[in-house]
Design a protein around this ligand. Structure first.
Ligand SMILES: [Zn+2]
Length: 78
């Protein structure tokens, strides 16, 4: 009889766990999920001022170098 009670508690816990998983937003990509850590990004170095910034925020220059801002890209062109 004692084991039946243990089994009942485990069954309820399993049901609650599964119900919680079903409500989790699975169709969203990981970076859109609230509270999830951001995906790692490549860091690049500005050719003008040497500041490091994510590749997504960098501006590509005509010579293949990357710059942190339009101003630094213009400065490198001269
Ligand atoms: Zn810069």
């Amino acid at each position: 009889m004692k084991y039946l009670l243990v089994f009942a508690v485990l069954a309820v816990a399993f049901y609650v766990w599964r119900a919680g998983r079903r409500n989790a937003p699975r169709d969203l990509p990981p970076q859109k999920r609230p509270g999830a850590p951001a995906q790692p990004q490549d860091m690049v170095r500005c050719a003008a001022c040497a500041v490091h910034l994510p590749r997504g925020d960098a501006l590509a220059g005509p010579d293949g170098a990357v710059y942190c801002s339009e101003e630094h890209r213009q400065r490198a062109r001269r």
